[in-house]
Design a protein around this ligand. Structure first.
Ligand code: ASP
Length: 321
């Protein structure tokens, strides 16, 4: 698509959302980015590089985000996503993932065991079933029927960590700002189309059966191709209670920048919940290719890649470091 058409298309999409967002679009003028991908945490750098193989050659953002997060799902040294993830308190690695495309279509799996790439199962649910979400044994059954292979996801390293935890834990799940992380990735392709993917093994040593925000559309991830996309990491329970990613996108629809929208969503959580013991980080991308993040405690960062740049960006936080 020619650059001018690309810009017109974006401006066209903005008209009718709100006067504020329209005037912001005019202010921004030609500051549109080409393809861009952002993902949570520093491990997002390698995932972004993988996604860029598709985005950089004119491919679709949906393919890019799926391909990107699969790298982290396969990383045995990453103990918060996919294989190698820390188990629940009973020793089972249970995975949550969801994906959304530019048409607003969505797919998700939760409480899935023994499958290395939950994100690809989520995509299959989206594309090949009449449903949005499959859970537990049903999600596994569907994955196996669809040709995914069963594989043990508990590595020796994660098993050893769980056994150590069991000695002192009294079988009590803990909530703190250390024992989790998720890869949430959102991207815009050269056609200006947005997609997102989110995948995690969730909180370490959670109760068996616990599902967090990451596979829930509107909580861990939300994409509205007219406005923008958002994803979340951190204490899933707090994000679920506030429909976090949906909220961030709706705030961008009202004219807030990605960072302002993430900040407002963090403030809502901070106002109502005791945030001392948990972290939340929101990450957002708008239709103009602008990105931003905000978190509760210092320490959250995100990885960004576009045609000019590849870098790790430190998020601003509600509590100052
Ligand atoms: N949001 C994930 C969950 O609650 C964990 C994380 O991102 O830190 O399962």
């Amino acid at each position: 698509m020619e650059r001018r058409n690309f810009i017109n298309k974006i401006y066209g999409g903005l008209v009718g959302t709100s006067l504020l967002s329209f005037s912001r679009a005019r202010e921004v003028g030609e500051m549109l980015n080409g393809p861009v991908v952002v993902s949570t945490w520093d491990f997002g750098m390698v995932a972004n590089a993988e996604a860029w193989k598709i985005l950089g050659s004119g491919g679709r953002s949906l393919d890019a985000v799926e391909k990107g997060v699969r790298i982290i799902e396969s990383d045995v040294n990453n103990q918060t996503v996919g294989i190698g993830g820390l188990p629940d308190r009973d020793g089972y690695v249970t995975l949550d993932a969801c994906i959304m495309d530019e048409t607003g279509n969505a797919g998700s799996v939760s409480f899935l065991q023994d499958i290395e790439h939950p994100i690809s199962v989520a995509r299959k649910v989206m594309e090949d079933t009449p449903h949005v979400m499959l859970a537990g044994a049903g999600a596994l059954q569907y994955a196996l029927e669809s040709g995914f292979e069963k594989k043990s996801l508990l590595t020796d390293k994660s098993k050893a960590a769980w056994e150590k935890w069991k000695k002192k834990s009294d079988y009590k799940p803990i909530i703190n700002i250390e024992n989790h992380d998720t890869i949430g990735m959102i991207a815009m392709d050269s056609q200006g189309q947005l997609s997102g993917a989110c995948t995690t093994s969730g909180l370490a040593y959670k109760m068996h059966g616990r599902v967090g925000d990451s596979p829930v559309i509107g909580a861990g991830l939300y994409v509205d191709n007219e406005v923008g996309a958002a994803t979340a990491t951190g204490m899933g329970e707090a994000v679920l209670k506030t429909c976090g990613s949906f909220l961030v996108v709706e705030l961008m629809r009202q004219g807030l920048s990605p960072e302002q929208a993430c900040k407002e969503a963090v403030l809502r959580i901070a106002k109502k919940q005791n945030y001392n013991d948990f972290q939340i980080g929101f990450l957002a991308l708008n239709k103009r290719g602008e990105t931003g993040a905000y978190c509760i405690h210092p320490g959250f960062n995100y990885s960004l890649k576009d045609s000019k740049n590849e870098r790790l960006v430190k998020s601003k936080s509600y509590i100052k470091g």
